[in-house]
Write a protein that binds this ligand. Structure first.
Ligand code: SF4
Length: 316
């Protein structure tokens, strides 16, 4: 599966003035794990270079107009956004990274102007971003600007890797036994996001009503996508760490116990990053060969080279 990207973030010279907005994290780091599919709804319909456009509030409706002449381009741009958003389902994407602040690609806080001379307000959504959200509500989506925030980046990466894994798993004609195995790996990752989702997914897999496999898989897909679209938090993660600790607390000495609990507490106080605690837990998991924990995605949700959990700010 690929990641959809606003083309200017990849270095394509498709901005209104013929420049790009190349993003280091996308072109130097994330590219080692994903192929990209570029999208630029503006260049496709207006060419490059072109007049700048902006969102304008007109009689309670948001329209797209050229900045200087005020020509209304809403319908033309919407047509291109519609076409590009339809392309997404054929491109088999597992997520989308959009260019922040753009009247086309911005996910939030895009400037909206008034017809008369008045200060703009950052309350708009780009036309393309809006279409993607409407058509694919569970497709992981972020802006390159927001990905500079370690917490949002951690959540987004966890989501795209899990989203990709789920789709590849479902494409492989799984049996109910396969589903139980898949679900088992994600128990703590889901628990770190939502207790409710954790219970819902557990009930679906238990299949007490003996529903057909096809229905179970469909229900599971929906509930899993909802679960991974939620953000984690220090509090929820702290609870998961204590649960994991519970697996070997009877197998270790009093001193070891005290040391681990101190680590977990330091994480809660934001004194050390999550990776420091995970490393300790992984050490004990391996020492006692706790197979159940060894399979948990929570302990390694994405390639460790991305090392996001080494940033203290990666949890809120
Ligand atoms: S922000 Fe979107 S529409 Fe604008 S240049 Fe980049 S890809 Fe094209």
């Amino acid at each position: 599966m690929k990641l959809g990207i606003s083309a200017c973030l990849l270095g394509t010279m498709c901005r209104y003035d013929g420049t790009n907005s190349k993003d280091g994290f996308i072109v130097n780091t994330l590219n080692k794990y994903f192929d990209y599919e570029p999208y630029c709804p503006e260049a496709e319909v207006f060419g490059t270079p072109r007049d700048t456009i902006r969102l304008v509030e007109v009689q309670g409706q948001t329209r797209v107009r050229t900045t200087y002449e005020g020509v209304d381009l809403t319908d033309k741009l919407d047509e291109s956004c519609e076409k590009n958003s339809n392309r997404i389902k054929n491109d088999y994407l597992c997520g989308f990274i959009l260019k922040a602040s753009s009247p086309t690609c911005g996910m939030e806080r895009v400037k909206v102007y008034q017809e008369i001379n008045a200060p703009s307000e950052k309350k708009g959504v780009g036309r393309f971003a809006m279409k993607i959200k409407e058509k694919y509500p569970y497709l992981p989506m972020e802006e390159e600007g927001r990905l500079k925030d370690p917490w949002l980046r951690e959540n987004f990466l966890m989501q795209i890797f899990a989203y990709k894994h789920l789709h590849e798993f479902l494409d492989d004609s799984p049996t109910i036994k396969d589903l139980v195995e898949f679900h088992t790996q994600y128990k703590y990752l889901v628990y770190a996001k939502s207790n409710v989702s954790y219970k819902t997914l557990g009930n679906i897999v238990a299949n007490r009503d003996s529903k057909p496999l096809e229905d179970i898989l469909q229900e599971y897909k929906q509930a899993f996508l909802e679960a991974i679209s939620q953000k984690g938090s220090i509090k929820k993660t702290y609870n998961v760490l204590l649960h994991i600790f519970g697996y070997f607390k009877k197998l270790i000495t009093k001193e070891e116990k005290k040391e681990i609990l101190e680590y977990i507490d330091d994480y809660k106080q934001k004194l050390i990053p999550l990776i420091a605690v995970i490393n300790i837990l992984n050490l004990y998991t391996k020492r006692f060969q706790l197979d159940y924990l060894l399979t948990q995605k929570f302990l390694s949700p994405y390639p460790k080279e991305l090392a996001l959990r080494s940033d203290i700010k990666a949890y809120k």
